[in-house]
Every structure is written in C-alpha cells, then in structure tokens.
Design a protein around this ligand. Structure first.
Ligand code: FES
Length: 166
C-alpha cells in the first residue's frame, strides 16, 4: 500500500515547511525581516494562511498577532490562494459614490462568491482596494493589473463572465 504524506501537526506539509524555513533563514537578519519574509511567502507560496502565519511567528520568535496584523493590513497579502484572475473593487470616495458597492453586489450574485474569496473553480478572486488614482473614471475596478473605469452596470456582467470563462 502506498504511503500517504501526513500533514504535520501545524497543518503544513513538509514541502511548505521546508520552503518557509529557507525563506526565513535567508531573510531573518535583514532590516524589516518580517515584512520581507511575508512578501517572499506570498510570492513563492501564493498566500499566507493562518497556519503559515503561526509557523512564521514561531520560527521568527515574534507574536502571532504581529504577523496577523501585517497580513491583514496590506491588501497585497491573501490568506488563501488567489484565482487565475483577480477583480479588485476600488473603495475610494469617488468610486464608492459612483456605484462600486452595487457592482460588488452584482459580482457576488453572478459568482456566488463573497468579497475576499475565490470562486470554487479557482478562476476569479474578488477583493477590495483603495483609490487607484483614476477617480475621474469612477466607478473603477482593477482586473488583474489593468484599470477598468467608467463601468456601466449593464455591461458589468459580461466582464465577469469573460473572466470566469477565460
Ligand atoms: S476613488 Fe476609485 S480611483 Fe480614486
């Protein structure tokens, strides 16, 4: 019978633990080490889940609350894998007033997914972001790295469907 790799007690598999050990070892003496380690983790693993936060806190001897604080403060970090595409809703004043909350509701309805989560097929992650500096084009969403502005509510479902299918 084939041996099944068991996750460690902290919920992380051997490969992830080894990668995290390497990231921490390479960066622990650098200024702002925690931020660097979290950045590297997000880039190489793709997310910073709660078990990963606990592991980093333990290995770097920092309070887990400090790690959690950084991860939740910066929208760059995610606690679960991002989808193939990301749609970020601008929550700056011009976009808020310009209809972004209604677009968010529409996106939730179409995808069946909450803001901050990824569709079950891994295709699309919905997030919020701060003003992206394109206020005159409100309402604005960021699709992957592209700013999409002046969104018409009746055209919006098409945009979502395109992302779900591409
Ligand atoms: S408020 Fe949305 S781009 Fe500035």
């Amino acid at each position: 019978m084939e041996a099944v790799a068991k996750p460690h007690i902290d919920g992380l598999c051997e490969d992830k633990r080894a990668l995290l050990d390497e990231i921490i070892e390479q960066n622990r003496e650098r200024p702002g080490a925690l931020m660097v380690v979290l950045n590297e983790t997000q880039s190489k693993i793709g997310y910073v889940s709660v078990p990963i936060q606990h592991y980093i806190a333990k290995k770097m001897r920092v309070p887990v609350g400090a790690v959690h604080g950084v991860v939740t403060f910066y929208s760059f970090f995610t606690t679960e894998p991002r989808g193939k595409h990301t749609m970020k809703f601008c929550m700056g004043t011009a976009c808020y007033v310009g209809g972004v909350p209604q677009l968010m509701e529409k996106a939730k309805q179409i995808t069946g997914t909450e803001i901050g989560r990824t569709t079950p097929d891994g295709q699309l992650t919905l997030e919020v972001c701060r003003c992206v500096g394109a206020c005159s084009q409100a309402p604005v969403v960021m699709v992957d790295d592209e700013i999409v502005g002046r969104i018409k509510p009746n055209k919006f479902p098409q945009l979502i469907k395109k992302l779900l299918e591409s």
